[in-house]
Design a protein around this ligand. Structure first.
Ligand SMILES: NC(=O)c1ccc[n+]([C@@H]2O[C@H](COP(=O)([O-])OP(=O)(O)OC[C@H]3O[C@@H](n4cnc5c(N)ncnc54)[C@H](O)[C@@H]3O)[C@@H](O)[C@H]2O)c1
Ligand SMILES: O=C(O)C(=O)C[C@@H](O)[C@H](O)[C@H](O)COP(=O)(O)O
Ligand SMILES: [Zn+2]
Length: 394
């Protein structure tokens, strides 16, 4: 931490390289930080009603330090806002403010606002400047970094969008003090994901320090910075997900299907919770395929359970569509190539890898074994034991 209590992580993308600033008090100097990098620009802030109620006045005061008086577009909170209707509202608001291509769209909110506002910035006037001011833990550790933007379709998550990198990310850790605990936990799932992908010592550190991360001590900013460094590394080497970047999808193939299957109803399941269940399933599936020890799957499940996250399909309230329906959402995943399923599987904690050509029949049997409704409807059915040999995807 420097004297102004922030750390900087760089996302190295040549002439599109940008900084992620992480620390307390960043809202109060947002205008100065932005105008130093994008002098003389006007701006529109896109936010949601919860974030606006808690922090919009503070942001406006902070933007004044750079002489920025933004237009403000306030949308309803929640995953359903990632829709064509609200995209249109955001686009219209930016155009109504008569902003030019060189002006700035500021996403001020969680990942929903970041994804939607980033998409609007990517398509209005064929690409405007974009700044992320993430206010949820999930957005600070993941969604504000890397330039994936978009909206959902009833047919699947994030199916419509563009890659559009921000010019700057300002992650003010103080704003997390007003974040509901359920949302903090959901963001924690994406934080733990970085340990599970390829940083086993970070996962162990989280097992030992998660209480302090939740309590808001220096460990919180330390963990956010570690996740941002991990994500920045991957994005810098594979911006458009032609290879390694797919690792960031650990837990998402199952998780996205569960989000779509629950109609993006945030009362039942929010994205980070879907990722938590998805990561537990990805580890259990890996052990079922004899790729990883069942002890690793149990360790992941135990940690998710300890922090209060859902970790199995049975933890999702209400009925789920059957295993075939879940598989048909998985078949819409953007990692599908020539009809073949791709999953992020693992050889152990911190040893995730990209598995192509995963047989749909294996996925279907696994879903059936883990589906609460199907288990009830098929009493006495022989279950695959952990470690039982199955064919291995490459
Ligand atoms: N683009 C990416 O790389 C990427 C990465 C991860 C997730 N995502 C997307 O992010 C979305 C999930 O983001 P999220 O978990 O931030 O959800 P979210 O944006 O819905 O925010 C969660 C809730 O917290 C509220 N909130 C946010 N900040 C607050 C604050 N400081 N104080 C009080 N309330 C606050 C919001 O109003 C909302 O009700 C999903 O759509 C997911 O697909 C994108
Ligand atoms: O940045 C990425 O790449 C990720 O995969 C991060 C994920 O946490 C995030 O949920 C992302 O939006 C998923 O991307 P998608 O391409 O599977 O929709
Ligand atoms: Zn995610």
């Amino acid at each position: 931490m420097s004297a102004d209590q922030s750390v900087t992580v760089e996302v190295g993308l040549g002439d599109r390289t940008y900084d992620i600033l992480i620390g307390s008090g960043l809202l109060s100097r947002a205008g100065a930080e932005i105008s130093r990098r994008l002098p003389g620009t006007r701006a529109a802030v896109i936010t949601d009603a919860n974030v606006a109620a808690a922090h919009l006045d503070a942001l406006k005061a902070g933007l004044e330090t750079g002489g920025i008086q933004p237009a403000v577009i306030t949308l309803p909170p929640g995953e359903k806002t990632k829709s064509f209707a609200h995209l249109e509202e955001a686009v219209d608001g930016v155009l109504a403010a008569r902003l030019e291509r060189g002006d700035i769209v500021i996403a001020f909110g969680g990942g929903v606002i970041g994804d939607l506002a980033g998409f609007a910035a990517g398509i209005v006037r064929r690409g405007m400047n974009f700044v992320q001011i993430p206010t949820s833990l999930l957005a600070q550790v993941d969604s504000s970094v890397g330039g994936k933007t978009g909206i959902n379709s009833a047919r699947g998550k994030n199916l419509v969008g563009v890659f559009h990198q921000p010019k700057l990310v300002l992650a003010d850790t103080e704003v997390l003090d007003t974040l509901p605990i359920r949302e903090f936990r959901a963001g924690y799932a994406e934080l733990a994901k970085y340990g599970l992908i390829d940083r086993p010592t970070f996962f162990t550190w989280l097992e030992e320090n998660w209480v302090r991360v939740f309590a808001g001590g220096p460990e919180r900013a330390q963990a956010i910075a570690e996740a941002c460094r991990a994500k920045a590394d991957v994005v810098a080497r594979d911006e458009f997900e032609t290879g390694d970047r797919a690792l960031l999808n650990l837990g998402h193939t199952f998780g996205h299907a569960l989000e779509a299957a629950t109609q993006y109803d945030g009362t039942r399941l929010v994205h980070g919770e879907g990722v938590a269940v998805g990561m537990a399933l990805a580890h259990r599936f890996s052990s079922r395929l004899n790729l990883a020890s069942p002890d690793d799957a149990s360790r992941v499940e135990a940690h998710l359970r300890a922090v209060g996250l859902p970790w199995r399909m049975a933890d999702i309230p209400g009925d789920l569509p059957d295993a075939e329906a879940l598989l048909s959402f998985i078949a819409q995943d953007k990692k599908v190539s020539r009809g073949a399923l791709t999953f992020i599987l693992t050889r152990g904690i911190g040893q995730a890898f990209i598995a192509k050509d995963v047989p749909a029949s294996e996925v279907l049997s696994f879903l059936k074994e883990n589906h609460p409704g199907e288990q009830e409807s098929r009493p006495g059915q022989q279950k695959m034991r952990p470690g039982q040999q199955k064919s291995r995807p490459r």
